[in-house]
Design a protein around this ligand. Structure first.
Ligand SMILES: NC(=O)C1=CN([C@@H]2O[C@H](COP(=O)(O)OP(=O)(O)OC[C@H]3O[C@@H](n4cnc5c(N)ncnc54)[C@H](OP(=O)(O)O)[C@@H]3O)[C@@H](O)[C@H]2O)C=CC1
Ligand SMILES: O=C(O)C1=N[C@H](C(=O)O)C[C@H](O)C1
Length: 240
């Protein structure tokens, strides 16, 4: 485990993506974290950008020493970065959504040897929204619960990871949610959880207008996870 006084060396997996770029931009403003490797699926156009080495996923074995990996890629990218983290005994923060059951099981297995934190949404607002949804579901047992999510037209998975996570909280409260998804324009991410009863309804809405909220949350999680023992963690564990 790294010493708490050190700067934490971070590997970004999915570096060329929308989230990867936001993470690298915000990482540059942190004194406690330093990017030491950027990994993407394709071969990088430039090997080194502003002193940061870029790697294709096929070159993962050659990345320098790092203290924590942050992964925002696609489900089929998970195995390789998880394998590297286990091999090197390093924690993994992942925001990748749309994981299969076998992807989830691989995270559980890795968590027996390294700290692993997966969150479908790293914004503070959605973390709080989960609590509100579970409470509303508990209080409104006979009402219908529906979750509507809207995202940019390049998003591949539906329903979004956030919608499914909010749905799981609704189920914990006793609701049986249904889902609807919209893909349009450049919407960063919007989620509405609706509870409808006879003659009235409640809508709990979260709108993200910048990916920076997700990136900031993931960086915060990475700094925290670097000091934890092996195990499977959630964002809520950071708030205890
Ligand atoms: N948890 C959260 O708060 C959030 C989660 N997300 C999730 O993060 C993920 C990424 O989103 P976004 O940045 O918009 O996606 P992009 O498509 O913009 O970026 C994906 C990145 O992952 C890389 N990649 C894709 N497949 C692989 C692979 N098999 N191995 C290694 N790298 C791979 C791509 O490399 P290349 O460019 O070479 O193809 C690219 O760098 C999605 O699952 C999304 O749902 C998004 C926002 C917030
Ligand atoms: O792909 C995205 O963009 C987002 N994905 C996450 C999800 O699937 O919930 C989080 C956020 O809504 C943006």
């Amino acid at each position: 485990m790294k010493q708490s006084s050190d700067v934490t060396r971070v590997l970004i997996h999915g570096a060329s993506g929308r989230m990867g770029q936001a993470l690298l931009r915000l990482l540059a403003t942190r004194e406690d974290l330093r990017a030491v490797a950027a990994v993407s699926r394709s071969k990088p156009a430039q090997r080194v950008v502003d002193g940061l080495p870029y790697f294709a996923v096929t070159e993962l074995h050659g990345v320098p020493t790092f203290d924590v990996a942050i992964d925002f890629s696609l489900p089929d990218g998970l195995d390789a970065i998880l394998g590297l983290c286990v091999e090197r005994g390093v924690p993994l923060v992942s925001g990748t959504t749309g994981l299969s059951e076998s992807g989830e099981r691989a995270l559980d297995a890795a968590a027996t040897t390294v700290p692993v934190l997966l969150a479908a949404n790293f914004s503070l607002g959605v973390t709080v929204l989960g609590d509100l949804v579970e409470r509303a579901a508990r209080l409104l047992q006979t009402w219908d619960c529906d979750i509507v999510e809207s995202h940019h037209k390049h998003k591949l998975d539906a329903p979004s990871g956030t919608a499914l996570a909010l749905g799981a909280r609704a189920e914990q409260g006793g609701a049986q949610p249904s889902y609807a998804s919209l893909r349009a324009g450049d919407i960063v991410g919007e989620h509405t959880v609706q509870f409808a009863g006879p003659g009235e309804r409640i809508e709990l809405v979260h709108r993200a207008t910048s990916r920076d909220v997700f990136a900031r949350g993931a960086l915060h999680a990475a700094a925290w996870l670097a000091g934890q023992a092996p195990g499977r963690y959630q964002l809520r564990d950071m708030l205890r």
